[in-house]
Design a protein around this ligand. Structure first.
Ligand code: WT7
Length: 660
């Protein structure tokens, strides 16, 4: 039975407890339906009301949605605000200056608390420091930082002066970093000497130096370095400056730059179906509105909550549910530098116990690996920790199989916490399909119903809506405030990727397949329909990995597919043709290993193929198209049922049948 079939056969329904319903932001299904109806009745009025209630505007907006240049939609455009002001100054104004904003736990377990007032002053000092280096509104700043208060501070500091940040995940290679710096035309990079995770260090500053030595990064004239470990780093006196030196002389207040709601807050690169990552551009007003609102609706955040999202700020989850969402609503949150398995696989549970976390948000892959670890070493099992503080559990990033969902609910949530399966994407800015903890009855494996105001549907290849029970392409029929605005520097690609003409040009195409339950209309996501892979909740393009492989001088051709994996969701399998004869045995294993290391250097360790197989040719159709379906079957170890009569040399199937 496939994962999707097992989801569709899961019939148990978990209703919210009366306790969960009572006092919830959206309390009961009638309240959910009322919001949905409000959005249906008066779409712009609905969003205008929410934008006025949940954000502080310097200049109120007079227009809500501008569709004249669709699909380049604009929201609240003539309104002016500042994201950092909304998150920090506003909290202090509300009397929350002494409230803890961040409980930071380092890799080795040291804890430090940062209040809203502390965070505000840190952000102001760094914002002034950026201005002192000539950085102005609209300039781009790349942030290549570990999970840290300084990383979050850097993002807010950019927002404060209207600079556009682009965070690059610390696991990306110097080459990937360099490509992103060049594409965005950054004038500055903010980094750290080293990153510490799981007891190991990674030399971030040296990687930045390597990246800047590559082509097209010439606009960077400032590198600000946060001293995390004191490890040795290279230094370019004209360009590099220690963060502590630079901020020491700065005032701890800083007048925010008021920007239009449509001013880009950030660009975050993500993988698409071609080789080049896409710079997903988000707005200030619409994005921040949804970050704040989904904290209230999906996580039902309340003043006493201790929120913990385990994502990294290098991904969209870290942007929306660490940097912006929690601060926009004045929440206290845990920020963790390390990894779930160090020094032991009970680290997450131990930290929930220690910090009395009430809302916990993580990826299915992490849960699955901790289930395994708990089976192997019972002392890391959640039952060995006091998790009674928890009231809501969330998951994100990939489908969660019912078995894992039930384990999460029973063993982490003590059978009482709702499991909120949130479907969304880098492009959507925040949750688009997700249950609300005080309202929606839950079905394991389903992300349930669209958020109020989000018009999700399932369509066929021509854009016609399909009835419940029929699988198709997931689309969103109307624009929403936190949607992607464009792909940085590539309007044509934006339109072709997300509003394709084949679907009529008006539907936002998510790139995922989905099916709705016949009776309830609940959504189940069946996975990407394009050449995008999801490995441990990390998004990777097959073409990106193929380009990395063929960049190696010994490789002639490569095709990358995935096979299902119990823990990581998908595992990468690469089929490679070398410029010389195909290697077998020990030589094959050695070259496969070399190529894995090569891919890690080209893209980053997350893109390393699990398996590399060699053959003397790739299986192609008569017209020269690689037969990916066949490769997928080979990767899964299935017997070949496809028609292979067009293959020039069927013996390559035997060559590729086994792993090197
Ligand atoms: C892709 C987006 C959204 C933040 C993290 C990933 C998959 C995401 C779910 C879910 C099934 C999911 C989709 C989507 N995905 N959440 N709850 N159930 N699949 O963001 O890197 O932009 O990846 O992740 O395939 O398209 P991303």
């Amino acid at each position: 039975m496939s994962a999707v079939e097992s989801v569709l056969q899961e019939r148990r329904v978990f209703h919210p407890s009366s306790e969960a319903v009572l006092g919830a932001t959206v309390s009961g299904m009638a309240a959910y339906h009322a919001l949905v109806a409000e959005a249906d009745r008066d779409f712009e009025g609905f969003w205008a009301r929410l934008a006025r209630e949940h954000l502080a505007w310097h200049t109120p907006f007079t227009k809500v949605l501008d569709e004249r240049d669709a699909p380049f939609y604009k929201w609240f455009e003539d309104g002016e605000l500042n994201a950092s002001y909304n998150c920090l100054d506003r909290q202090i104004g509300l009397g929350h200056g002494e409230k803890v904003a961040i409980i930071f736990e380092s890799d080795d377990g040291t804890v430090s608390n940062v209040t809203y007032r502390d965070l505000y002053h840190r952000v102001c000092r760094l914002a002034n420091a950026l201005r002192s280096r000539g950085i102005r509104k609209g300039d781009r700043v790349v942030i290549y930082m570990p999970m840290s208060v300084e990383g979050i501070t850097a993002m807010h500091a950019c927002a404060r002066i209207g600079a556009i940040h682009s965070v690059v995940f610390g696991g990306f290679s110097s080459k990937s970093l360099s490509e992103r710096i060049a594409d965005i035309g950054a004038v500055a990079v903010i980094t750290a000497d080293e990153q510490v995770r799981g007891g190991k260090t990674l030399p971030l500053k040296n990687i930045v130096d390597e990246a800047l030595a590559m082509e097209l990064c010439g606009a960077v004239n400032t590198v600000i370095v946060y001293r995390r470990t004191g490890g040795t780093v290279g230094w370019h006196a004209n360009r590099d400056v220690w963060m502590h030196d630079l901020v020491a002389a700065q005032s701890d207040t800083c007048e925010p730059e008021w920007v239009s709601a449509e001013h880009p807050l950030f660009v975050l690169y993500t993988s698409g179906s071609t080789g080049k990552p896409k710079g997903v551009q988000h707005s200030t007003g619409g994005y921040l509105l949804w970050a704040a609102l989904t904290m209230k609706w999906t996580f039902d955040i309340r003043p006493d909550d201790v929120f913990w999202c385990t994502a990294d700020i290098g991904w969209i989850t870290g942007h929306t549910y660490i940097t912006y969402g929690p601060t926009a609503v004045g929440a206290t949150q845990v920020v963790f530098e390390g990894i779930p398995t160090y020094p032991h696989a009970g680290r997450f549970w131990e930290m929930i116990q220690k910090h009395k976390a009430t809302i916990f948000y993580t990826a299915p892959t992490a849960i699955r690996s901790l289930v395994k670890a708990a089976e192997a070493d019972i002392s890391t099992h959640p039952k060995c920790f006091d998790l009674s503080s928890l009231r809501i559990l969330g998951t994100v990033g990939e489908p969660i199989n019912p078995e894992t969902w039930i384990w999460y609910r029973e063993h982490v949530g003590g059978g009482r916490c709702p499991v909120i399966d949130t479907f969304w994407q880098t492009e959507t800015g925040g949750h688009v399909i997700a249950p609300l903890p005080g309202a929606t009855p839950l079905v394991p494996g389903s992300c349930t119903l669209p958020m109020p105001g989000i018009h999700a549907a399932i369509v066929d290849e021509t854009g016609h809506e399909l009835p419940n029970g029929q699988g198709g392409a997931l689309v969103i029929k109307r624009p929403w405030p936190s949607m992607i605005r464009t792909i940085w520097g590539d309007r044509a690609r934006f339109k072709a990727s997300y509003f394709p003409d084949e679907l009529g040009g008006k539907l936002y195409l998510a790139g995922d397949g989905a099916i709705r339950d016949r009776a309830t209309g609940y959504f189940t996501i069946t996975g990407r329909t394009d050449d995008v892979l999801n490995v441990s909740g990390h998004r990777l393009g097959t073409m990106e990995i193929e380009s990395a492989l063929v960049a190696n001088p010994i490789v002639a051709e490569a095709a990358v597919v995935s096979r299902p994996d119990e823990t990581t969701g998908e595992a990468i399998v690469a089929f490679v043709v070398l410029k010389r004869t195909w290697p077998t045995g020990e030589e094959g294993a050695r070259i496969a290993n070399e190529l894995r290391v090569w891919v890690a250097k080209e893209i980053g360790p997350i893109a390393k193929p699990r398996e590399i197989r060699f053959g003397e040719n790739l299986p192609k159709t008569r017209s020269g198209k690689i037969m990916r379906r066949l490769l997928r079957s080979l990767a899964k170890g299935e017997s070949i049922t496809q028609d292979v009569s067009t293959l020039e040399n069927p013996s390559i199937l035997d060559q590729f049948g086994t792993s090197a």
